[in-house]
Write a protein that binds this ligand. Structure first.
Ligand code: 1HN
Length: 344
């Protein structure tokens, strides 16, 4: 120590990588969460031409995955879409194959347009149609192949911002470009299709759902069956959660996936909670107030709600439903006892 002057002491301590807590208490212990993530909206109509441009000009071999990342302006340094979560839009053309790899991050795909593609996940071919949810739990080999016509596009959801924040990232390329399918196509979805009858011979009760694909036809059937009998939640309308049949809980240990139907004219109650949310518009149009900001969404768009931001959904149509697919890091926040929620 060279001086008794406080500023000199701070400078000297800083060079020693020592800080004075009393100068940072307010930032380190805010009275409530102050997310760097900002409310944000990506218009599919604006993104689509860029996806098609790179589909035309960038080979899948060069890209490995041809994906446009949706990056929150407040989280650019970690390529996150909202705190702990990532969203991207992937495009694959007929005849293309995205090579097999695996990573510790959990992933899923929600299919937006096209048909005739499949992904092979740990030896099972899982076919894709619009509205299907396909799971790729962490560390499962996966490659994508497109045998249909026209471009195929989907939303990729991953938890890699959380995995990276915890220094838990591993990644590996498969020795060949594609896996061989070693079980019947779509086996896992067929085995669990009933939803309440689980195959008793599957001994291992995994934390991630064993189901490769949650088909849109099943989702639509559930909405139709419920339509006249329930009004759902005052906040979210008819909101359904995709579940792990072994636990009844979220499909992935870090991410819960849901789909919600907002009836014509629906105006939800305002709410805030400490989980992060990413939303994708399956159909319809409307407005979600996120804090003071009005997000006007249309079909296939993606938007986010930061942790602890107040939000409220409105279906903009008085004659048509709106359907939103959503995912959240709520399972992580709850597991750590950090979940708080307020309905306003
Ligand atoms: C990934 O493996 C895929 O397998 C998509 O399709 C998006 C974004 C970041 C890291 C890995 C895929 C990804 C990704």
């Amino acid at each position: 120590m060279t001086s008794t002057d406080a500023n000199t002491a701070y400078t000297e301590m800083d060079a020693m990588n020592v800080g004075a807590l009393w100068r940072h208490l307010g930032d380190l212990f805010p009275t409530e969460p102050t997310s760097r993530a900002v409310p944000y909206h990506w218009s599919y109509r604006q993104l689509r031409p860029y996806m098609l441009h790179f589909a035309d000009t960038l080979s899948i071999e060069e890209a490995q995955r041809r994906v446009l990342m949706l990056i929150n302006p407040g989280l650019r340094d970690m390529s996150a879409t909202v705190t702990g979560l990532y969203a991207g839009i992937q495009v694959i053309l007929p005849g293309e194959q995205a090579q097999a790899h695996r990573h510790s991050a959990n992933a899923f795909r929600f299919i937006i347009e096209g048909s005739g593609a499949y992904t092979t996940v740990a030896g099972e071919r899982v076919h894709m149609s619009p509205g299907d949810l396909l799971l790729t739990p962490g560390w499962r080999w996966h490659d994508h192949y497109h045998e249909g016509d026209g471009p195929m596009m989907w939303l990729d959801g991953l938890d890699f911002p959380l995995v990276n924040a915890l220094d838990g990232a591993f990644f590996e390329l498969y020795p060949d470009s594609a896996q061989k399918a070693d079980v019947p196509d779509d086996l896992s979805s067929l085995q669990f299709i009933h939803g309440r009858l689980n195959p008793s011979w599957i001994g291992e009760r995994t934390a991630s759902s064993p189901i490769g694909r949650y088909p849109w036809a099943e989702t639509e059937r559930a909405f139709t069956a419920i339509a006249e009998h329930a009004t759902g939640s005052e906040v979210d309308g008819i909101a359904l959660e995709y579940t792990n049949p072994f636990t009844g809980g979220p499909v992935l240990p870090t991410m819960a996936c849901r789909v919600q139907r907002l009836v014509p004219g629906f105006l939800g109650a305002a709410r805030r909670h400490t989980a992060s949310t990413i939303l994708h518009v399956v159909r319809g149009e409307g407005t979600t107030m996120v804090g003071e900001q009005a997000i006007n969404w249309a079909e296939k768009d993606v938007f986010i709600v930061p942790p602890w931001a107040t939000y409220q959904h409105r279906n903009g149509s008085t004659s048509h439903d709106a359907v939103l697919f959503t995912y959240t890091n709520e399972p992580v926040v709850k597991a750590l006892s950090l979940y708080r929620e307020e309905i306003l």
